[in-house]
Design a protein around this ligand. Sequence first.
Ligand SMILES: [Zn+2]
Ligand SMILES: [Zn+2]
Length: 243
Amino acid sequence: MASAWFPRPLRLPDAHLPRSLDHEPTCRTCGTSWPCETATEHLSPGRCSCGSVSYWEKHGPRRWHVGPRCYTSTDLLAQAAKEAHEYHQAHPHYPPSHYYPPKPARRRRQKPPYRHTPGGPGDVAPGTWCWVRPGGLHPGWGDIHHLAMLTAPGTDRCEVWVYLDSTVHRVRPSLLILDVSALGIPRDGRGRRRLPDWAGWTVARHLDHRAPQVAQPVTEPAEQQALFADETMPDLRFTRRDL
Ligand SMILES: [Zn+2]
Ligand SMILES: [Zn+2]
């Protein structure tokens, strides 16, 4: 019934701290070289990048560096600043809205009456809901994704109607991705959608996918007809071998 009780691991007692961290530190109590027998239980040895021995406390934050200090407080500060900078680069935060330049005047429209749900790759038409990636709009609209309706797809620029303020923009199709929630893909019992690969395509890729199908009709090569119309057929075998 009574569960076994274990005491929390004890930290290194202060009595067995080193007297100083010279090249040969000694224990305060034992007088022997540090770490003494008691201190060894609580320490895990390591090695500093400068080559000298260091000890890390097993159950605590303390560390000991044997030998002269290999860094200054300036080094520590520079290292901390570097880490903070790297973290900031990896996790950027966007400035507040008043940072952005004013939005230029744009014509506004009512919500377009189009309605289109893509059913496969390349199936983009007016009425498709998509997201405008940051950089697709004027900087005044901010550095966030904007929900927009595709009103006129084009290979150079697509016309979109931005849901936020009902303005109309012309955006490069490589900066538009389809809105997954508008694809009409049902959720399973766990509330997840099994998305097809083309759900993450940009509109530019959808248009590229559609383009070869439009250019399907292949005309007969005129060279062949001219070849058979020729009665002499002087170099036919040579020509075939070349082909
Ligand atoms: Zn000791
Ligand atoms: Zn060091």
